[in-house]
Design a protein around this ligand. Structure first.
Ligand code: HEM
Length: 394
């Protein structure tokens, strides 16, 4: 990629082992440098501010996903064939295959069941009083999503490891990504077996995909990647959001009391959690033809990094962005992306997180840290892997 002296350059590695645990100081430095910043270490241009992230996400013909959304050219080649990594007609066709499972009407049918499960999970946690919030956060997504996607019982114990690895591999070609390859391949092998042996649960998304393949709407070879397309991003992300909520409310007790006093704030609280602690930090796009963004020329072939998590802390858009407050209107956040590739599962993610918070509000008077939290190292997902909490029943 030719060097352009006018574009600011940021040399620190924003995917170093330390940076992935706390990327926010890097994001602040990038936003300060400008709207488009060259990252020589990753051979890419970062978009750290809200306006340019949004503009790139909305201009899907210029900033394309079909050549992958990661920072690693090999994984970008290998990960083709999913909804996430396709453009145009292919993308529309793939996204439509299971869209009916995630419409507001379909989700309405799941609502009572998800609320009941959330309440049972929270009731059991309150009875224990001291819990690992990371485990607690995983319980609801794990009880809902694998059935919906149609993943057979066998192999479910690996889902979290496999899902995390699938994300990790989409970072740059660093030690993290290399470590993730075996688990990513194991998940792909398992998905191929599910398709080959037709073991997807009846009435699930996986079963819909097999039917679509039987009818010729897609090929059987496309099915495994599409199953992973829905399973991988639906666990780690949602449990990161729920664990993020537990952590933020435990460390902001006044905000917790505000939420208890006025539970109608729950939908906005979910937005604020996702803005403040965005589960998915960044994905990339490839520039399809010569273009310009915020006055910076970007030739065809350039890789740009859309930093959702940084956009969500941009002081040009958010007042006092580093303050967590459920009273701000956070609905414009980019934690679910935006435009054609905006998260296909955001209705489900919101439903699960809102149901969880509603159960917590009903049953928990206070939640307090019971030890230091630990963040999970992952190139893409910002998630707590250990969160000791003390819950006091309401
Ligand atoms: C809090 C939870 C979640 C977060 C933060 C999240 C975040 C995102 C983001 C940022 C994107 C955009 C990717 C891009 O711009 O290229 C995305 C896409 C996607 N998400 Fe989610 N997600 C969540 C939950 C879910 C769930 C529960 C599902 C499945 C049921 C899901 C399925 C997908 C799919 C299939 C795409 C690709 C859409 C496309 O390319 O058209 N996500 N998600």
């Amino acid at each position: 990629m030719p060097r352009r002296p006018d574009v600011p350059v940021y040399r620190p590695d924003i995917y170093s082992p330390r940076a992935i645990l706390d990327p926010y100081p890097h994001y602040a430095a990038l936003r300060e440098l400008g709207p488009v910043v060259r990252l020589p270490k990753h051979n890419a241009y970062a978009l750290p501010r809200y306006a340019e992230c949004r503009a790139a996400l909305l201009d899907h013909k210029t900033f394309v996903s079909g050549d992958g959304v990661g920072l690693n050219p090999v994984i970008n080649r290998l990960s083709r064939g999913t909804t996430l990594t396709s453009d145009g007609e292919d993308h529309t066709r793939r996204r439509a295959l299971v869209a009916h499972r995630l419409t507001p009407r379909a989700l309405r049918d799941l609502t009572d069941d998800i609320r009941r499960r959330a309440d049972e999970i929270v009731a059991a946690a309150v009875a224990r009083r001291t819990v690992d919030g990371a485990e607690l956060a995983a319980a609801l997504p794990l009880s809902v999503v694998p059935d919906l996607v149609g993943w057979p019982q066998e192999g479910r114990e690996h889902l979290l490891t496999w899902g995390a690895a699938t994300f990790d591999a989409l970072g740059p070609a660093n030690g993290q990504a290399v470590k993730a390859i075996p688990a990513g391949l194991a998940m792909m092998r398992f998905a191929r077996d599910v398709v080959r042996h037709r073991t997807a649960l009846p009435g699930s998304m996986g079963a819909d995909l097999l039917t679509a393949a039987d009818n010729g709407t897609l090929t059987h070879a496309e099915c495994p990647a599409l199953m992973i397309d829905y399973l991988a991003p639906s666990l780690d992300t949602t449990l990161s959001g729920i664990a993020g909520a537990l952590h933020l409310f435990a460390t902001h007790p006044a905000q917790w009391q505000h939420l208890r006093q006025d539970p109608t704030l729950i939908p906005n609280a979910v937005n604020e959690v996702l803005r403040f602690a965005s589960p998915l930090r960044a994905f990339s796009r490839k520039v399809a033809h010569d273009t310009e963004l915020a006055g910076t020329a970007l030739p065809a072939g350039t890789r740009v990094l859309v930093l959702y998590a940084s956009a969500n802390r941009d002081p040009l858009v958010w007042e006092d962005p580093d303050t967590f407050t459920i009273h701000r209107n956070a609905s414009r956040h980019l934690a679910f992306g935006q435009g054609k590739h905006g998260c296909a599962g955001q209705g489900l993610a919101r439903l699960e997180t809102e149901a969880f918070l509603a159960a917590l509000v009903a049953r928990v008077a206070t939640l307090a840290p019971a030890g230091p939290p630990r963040w999970s190292p992952n190139n893409i997902i910002h998630r707590l892997e250990h969160l000791p909490l003390e819950l006091t029943p309401a």
